[in-house]
Design a protein around this ligand. Structure first.
Ligand code: GLN
Length: 205
């Protein structure tokens, strides 16, 4: 197994989506960063972020660039991966309301429902209390977000929607070294979620 230095190298999959925001948040959290577009780059990183964007497009590009096999292999090998929004869809074992030809990398024993919050509330923000992040609530920004419809026993629930018609829905979870959120912590300037992930990467040694 590769040695992870104090400043692990965290890649951000850069085929589509909000890549730059994650690079900034990861660096603020003490990681070295790089973009990932090629299989050779998948081999070099200690951990990976799958950004938000359009999961059907990202899936297609992952396959077109020959990344699906290498990424699945690293995930199976225990590489820490954090998927936000579309990234969460890509890490899910099962999709509800996916396109018929849509595939995921998988790894997290969850079913995610795409665009789950419906058109009326396409995008919204809410304060979430996440025990693992301590202290202050996290401002969660949801943009045409999925939610976790069901989760297997190995999945640790980190956050649920607290108010409104979707109250109780799971929107952040972890299974081993895999972390998923329905929302976008990278757009708020609060880097605690990325720090939590980078810490997980360091502990993985
Ligand atoms: N609705 C998008 C999808 O299904 C995800 C939206 C996002 O990443 N902000 O891929």
């Amino acid at each position: 197994m590769r040695a992870v230095t104090e400043q692990p190298l965290v890649g951000v999959l850069a085929v589509q989506g909000d890549v730059r925001e994650h690079l900034v948040a990861l660096e603020a959290a003490g990681a070295r960063t790089c973009t990932v577009r090629r299989p050779s780059e998948v081999a070099e990183i200690d951990a990976l972020v799958l950004p938000g964007g359009e999961s059907t497009t990202i899936d297609k590009l992952i396959r077109a660039f020959g990344l699906q096999g290498p990424l699945r292999e690293r995930i199976a090998g225990g590489m820490p991966v954090y998927g936000s929004c579309a990234g969460m869809i890509l890490l899910a074992d099962r999709i509800a309301d996916g396109r018929p030809d849509q595939e995921t990398l998988g790894g997290v024993d969850i079913t995610v429902r795409r665009n789950a919050f419906g058109r009326q509330v396409d995008s919204f923000e809410e304060d979430l209390h996440i025990r693992e992040l301590g202290g202050q609530p996290v401002r969660a920004v949801f943009i045409r977000a999925p939610w976790v419809e069901d989760a297997g026993e190995a999945v640790q629930v980190l956050a649920r929607v607290e108010h409104g018609p979707a109250a109780g829905r799971i929107v952040a979870a972890r299974q081993g070294n895999l972390l998923v959120t329905s929302f976008h912590p990278e757009v708020t300037g609060d880097h605690r979620f990325h720090a939590y992930f980078v810490d997980l990467v360091r502990r993985r040694r």
